[in-house]
Structures are given as structure tokens and as C-alpha cells.
Design a protein around this ligand. Structure first.
Ligand SMILES: *Cc1c(COP(=O)(O)O)cnc(C)c1O
Length: 406
């Protein structure tokens, strides 16, 4: 058994791993990455303009079927601008699952808006549509300002479902609720590139959607994100906001507060090379998920990742399992630590955001399941480049660690 210092895994999960270590999810650079990045260097187009930015936008737009794509520096910036372009502003409230990476919630705050935390569905792990419907029905009322949260007196402006882990939120229900209550629908599809519901790509059901090309995502631009939308006016607004809100580029006239969120041509070149390989990457992720599911099929102490309904095409971006009901947080942490000692880059899910210091004062509506899922969940190495032998090493390590615990 090779022992690996725990600090190995405190780094960025998208960073390359030292020898002998199997990382959680790292980039797979097997296509035209070198050629395209070299082209940037050879032509001098390295900064925030250049042909690869448009090429990348068009390629992602084509893959997702979104009408428009605006490339930005990262997924968090994409979420910020997706919310602004959808019309979320200061003093508004946005409904979001507490079981998510923190970025979408931070993006709500960047807009001066407030999150209202929703529970996760124990079956799908995604934002619970029944509780969202119940909250809108029971806790809110129509006033002249629109739908208002009775507890805070603030208007509910948007639903922000996060499609987590390469699965899909129950988007049809959120589309209906948004229509019924006249709310905006903004989708965090940062983990969802390649995921489809009834053939339609996640992130394209609402007013705006956000993608991420961070190093640990299914494809990477080094760092990067994209705002996607069917609405040309929202796309134009997004482009305006992400390019310093220039109303006269020569004379420095800016009629809004803009942001410097543009993606560089260098990053777009990497992204353009990666997106060419997406279908193969998705196939690998699915094969990895199938092998884990098969390997742990007979273990009563491993609850596999949800298999979605037949109308959903998942990517299983990060294969994640649950330990049995009643597992304590200390027990789960011990399992992760044991895996780290064996050189396996396992990870817990995200700390429920409503319990984090910046968000403890915000409303959390009937949250019960998200903390339990968080307590029990472990994500396993799922890189596109994970070799069959390395996956068997992960499986053997998980079996060994759980057998030893009895
Ligand atoms: C990665 C991620 C983001 C943020 O994307 P960055 O490119 O890292 O800024 C947002 N939401 C979710 C759910 C993510 O997983």
C-alpha cells in the first residue's frame, strides 16, 4: 500500500496528481489543444479577442442547441451574468438548492439578491421540486410587486436549479412553476455539459443558463464559462455586461456598471480543442459510472448514484455513492481519509450552503435531506482519462476500506 500525505488532496481538484495518486477529475488533453494554443502564440492573438473565442462560442452553442453563447472567464462569472441578464437585481430573492457548490449562491449575492435555500430530493439529490412548489404556494403571495415571500416581504424573482454531478434537475417542473408564477428561470449547468432531458440540453430550458470549463469539469478551457440563452436580447445584454458595458468603445462611455469577464483567446483555443472531443468524453464518463455501479452492486453498504429516468441522458460527471443511512459524518470522513492514504482522490459532497457562515441568516425552507446526503456522500475518481487498471485500484481500495470497517 502506498501512503500519500493528506495534503495531496487539499489542492485544486482539477490539478494534475503526483505519481501513484488517482485524482478525482482532471483534464484529458488528447486532441488539438497543442495545435490551437500554438496558433494563438504564432499569430499573437493571446488576449481577450481573437478567432478562437467565437469558434468556441459557436461550438458550444452547437453542442447545446442554445441560440447564443457568451464566453466568460469562469462559470461563476457566467452565473453572475446569467442572473443579471435574466433580470435578477438588488433586493430580489432566488430559490436555490442548499446541496450545491457554493458558486451559484455567491452569484446571487453578487447581484445584491438573497438566496432562499431549498432541500434536495433524497432520490435524485437535485433541488426538490415538490418543496419548491409548496414554498411558492404556502409561503408567498401575489402583490403589486409580483410574488412576495411573506416572511421577508421581498419579491421572489427567479428559480436557480443546479444540475449536479452530471445528472439533471427536474427541469420540467421548474419550467412550469416559473411560468405559473411569472418567475425567471436560470439554470446552473456548470456540471451538466452533455446532459440532456428529452433530447434537449440542460441550461437551455430557462431564460439563461451557465456552463463552466474549470479544470475539473468534463471539458476545460483552463478556466472559463459561458452564458447560454435562446433570447438574443439577453445574449446582447450578457455580452455588454461582460465587456465593461461599453456604450462608446472609443470615447469610454459606460452607461451601466460592467465587468471584465471576457475569456481570452488562449483559453478559448483550449476549450475549442476540448469541445471537439466531448462525445468521447461523455462515453468514458458513462462507462466509468457503469463499472462502479457493477462493482459495488452486491455491497449493501454502498448506495449507488441515482440512475435517472429514461428521458434523461446523464454524463455522471462525478460518480458519487452514499454510505448507509445512519452513517455519521466522522465515519464518512474516516472512509475518505482511508482512501486518501491509499492514493485515491475521493471527496465529500458540498457542505450544505445554508449552514455556511455567509448564509446562516438566510431562509432555508424545510431542509431535511440535503444535510443527510452531504453526510453520507463520497465522490470517486471519474476523470475521462481514468484507466481501467486505475479504476480497479479505486474499487479494490473502496472494498478494502469498507470491509475493514465491517
Ligand atoms: C464548477 C461549478 C461552478 C463554478 O464554475 P467555475 O468555472 O469554477 O467558476 C458553478 N456551479 C457549479 C455547480 C459548479 O460545479
Amino acid at each position: 500500500m502506498n501512503t500519500v500525505p493528506a495534503s495531496t488532496f487539499s489542492e485544486d481538484p482539477g490539478a494534475p496528481a503526483p505519481p501513484g495518486v488517482i485524482p478525482l477529475s482532471v483534464p484529458h488533453l488528447a486532441g488539438n489543444e497543442w495545435a490551437y494554443v500554438k496558433e494563438c502564440l504564432d499569430t499573437g492573438w493571446v488576449s481577450s479577442a481573437g478567432p478562437f473565442v467565437e469558434r468556441f462560442e459557436q461550438a458550444v452553442t452547437k453542442v447545446t442547441g442554445a441560440g447564443h453563447g457568451v464566453a466568460v472567464v469562469n462559470g461563476t462569472a457566467a452565473l453572475h451574468v446569467a442572473l443579471l441578464a435574466a433580470g435578477v437585481g438588488s433586493g430580489d430573492e432566488v430559490l436555490v438548492s442548499t446541496l450545491t457548490f457554493v458558486a451559484p449562491v455567491n452569484a446571487v449575492r453578487y447581484c445584491g439578491a438573497h438566496p432562499v435555500f431549498m432541500d434536495a430530493d433524497p432520490q435524485t439529490w437535485q433541488m426538490d421540486p415538490a418543496k419548491v412548489a409548496e414554498f411558492l404556494e404556502e409561503e408567498c403571495e401575489q402583490r403589486s410587486a409580483g410574488l412576495v415571500n411573506r416572511r421577508t416581504g421581498r419579491p421572489i424573482r427567479a428559480l436557480l436549479p443546479v444540475h449536479i454531478l452530471g445528472l439533471a434537475a427536474e427541469i420540467d417542473v421548474f419550467v412550469d412553476l416559473a411560468r405559473c408564477y411569472d418567475l425567471r428561470l436560470v439554470e446552473d449547468a456548470a456540471e451538466g455539459l452533455g446532459v440532456r432531458v428529452r433530447g434537449r440540453h440542460v441550461g437551455t430550458f430557462g431564460d439563461t443558463g451557465a456552463l463552466s470549463f474549470n479544470g475539473n469539469k468534463i471539458i476545460t478551457a483552463g478556466g472559463g464559462g459561458m452564458v447560454i440563452t435562446a433570447d438574443p436580447a439577453r445574449a446582447e445584454r450578457a455580452r455588454y455586461l461582460t465587456t465593461q458595458a461599453k456604450d462608446d468603445a472609443l470615447e469610454y462611455v459606460h452607461n451601466s456598471v460592467g465587468y471584465n469577464y471576457r475569456l481570452t483567446n488562449l483559453q478559448a483555443a483550449l476549450g475549442a480543442a476540448q469541445v471537439e472531443q466531448l462525445s468521447g468524453f461523455i462515453a468514458r464518463k458513462r462507462a466509468i459510472a457503469a463499472r462502479y455501479a457493477e462493482a459495488f452492486r452486491h455491497r449493501p453498504d454502498i448506495i449507488p448514484m441515482p440512475v435517472p429516468a429514461a428521458h434523461v441522458e446523464p454524463t455522471y460527471w462525478l460518480y458519487t455513492v452514499l454510505l448507509p443511512e445512519g452513517t455519521t459524518i466522522e465515519a464518512r470522513q474516516a472512509v475518505v481519509a482511508e482512501l486518501h492514504h491509499r492514493g485515491i482522490g475521493a471527496r465529500p459532497l458540498w457542505h450544505p450552503v445554508h449552514t455556511l457562515p455567509p448564509y446562516r441568516e438566510d431562509q432555508a425552507y424545510r431542509v431535511e435531506h440535503a444535510p443527510r446526503l452531504y453526510t453520507r456522500a463520497i465522490s470517486l475518481p471519474s476523470s475521462v482519462g481514468l484507466s481501467g487498471a486505475d479504476q480497479e485500484r479505486v474499487i479494490a481500495a473502496v472494498n478494502e476500506v469498507l470491509d475493514a470497517r465491517g
